[in-house]
Ligand binder design. Structure first.
Ligand code: GAL
Length: 313
């Protein structure tokens, strides 16, 4: 069973370390990627306007599962750099929210992620590639899409093979959606400013009944707040913020967590896993996973709390 908010152990009995994560479904197997957060948490000195708690950047982990319950650790998919302090991947930097998609034309697995400095003033999107899902991923570098800032981000792969980078931009005030190149390795010049001035982050996108849905949180650092979903006819058309999809008790704090990804349960119509992080800001390694069922009722996404549940039932 999935027990949201409780310690979740992998197949070998170790707590799963895959924060701000995402899932890739490839050839009958689910691959879960996430931030490795381990060791001491400290607060960065000299930053008083927000609570900049951090751990050393630990790279990106990869786990696999066929049933979404029993996860096997496959290793570090993207390793941090322990030596070169000028590298984007140096342990002193920020490597967050890794998202992986498979490109059918190039046969490459493409990982996008948020790359930053410890004060979050760098605001870039990093990209890495691999020929196998679990890696190792080869880091290609980071970009400011069309010269724009990019912090919390996700990627969305559409049925037509097009993929989009969705990111908090303009100092987290406005999000942007940018079409990626056909090989998924670069932003194109086609992008749109969305949710203008709404200060949204932690994006997660899905498509349902020919409409596109984007779940986001408000910007309150590691502290939870109420989620909102937005809807659009196309990724690059106008987005409208609609409502909080989280129902019942603690729905106004996203059950004390923050969105990171929405994974369709393959083979089940209208069944998704809403994946969120319950950050423990003073001990980030002990941040927990809140995975809950998401489904649509009358065309609207609904998320409900479950103490325990099984996605395949
Ligand atoms: C949150 C963001 C997290 C992390 C954190 C750092 O707003 O969603 O991914 O960047 O800030 O304080």
């Amino acid at each position: 069973m999935i027990r949201p908010g409780e310690i979740w152990k992998d197949h070998a009995g170790q707590p799963i370390n895959a924060h701000g994560g995402s899932i890739l479904f490839y050839k009958g197997v689910y691959y879960w990627f996430g931030e490795i957060k381990s060791g001491r948490t400290w607060r960065v000195e000299g930053i008083n306007s927000w609570e900049d708690y951090r751990v050393n950047a630990g790279g990106v982990s990869c786990y696999s599962s066929k049933d979404l319950l029993d996860w096997k650790f496959l290793g570090t998919a993207l390793s941090p750099d322990r030596k070169d302090s000028s590298s984007d991947l140096h342990i002193s930097k920020v490597i967050e929210r890794p998202k992986v998609i498979f490109n059918k034309t190039t046969h490459q697995f493409v990982m996008w992620m948020h790359i930053d400095r410890q004060d979050y003033s760098y605001a870039k999107a990093g990209v890495a590639v691999s020929t196998s899902p679990e890696g190792p991923y080869h880091y290609l570098g980071s970009v400011s899409p069309n010269g724009q800032m990019s912090r919390d981000m996700t990627v969305f792969q559409d049925e037509d093979g097009k993929a989009y980078l969705i990111y908090s931009s303009e100092n987290n005030k406005t999000m942007q959606v940018c079409l990626l190149s056909d090989d998924y390795l670069k932003p194109t010049s086609l992008y749109r400013r969305i949710l203008i001035g709404a200060s949204r982050e932690a994006p997660a996108m899905i498509k349902y009944n020919a409409k596109y849905f984007l779940l986001t949180s408000l910007c309150t650092g590691w502290d939870p707040n109420a989620a909102l979903y937005a809807v659009a006819d196309k990724p690059l058309s106008e987005w409208k913020l609609v409502d909080n999809p989280c129902k019942g008790k603690d729905g106004d704090s996203t059950y004390h967590s923050q969105s990171t990804y929405i994974q369709p349960i393959v083979g089940k119509l209208n069944r998704y896993i809403f994946m969120a992080d319950r950050w423990n800001k003073t001990n980030l390694e002990d941040s927990r996973y809140v995975w809950l069922p998401l489904y649509f009722i009358n065309g609207k996404p609904v998320i409900e709390w479950r103490k325990e549940w099984s996605p395949l039932q």
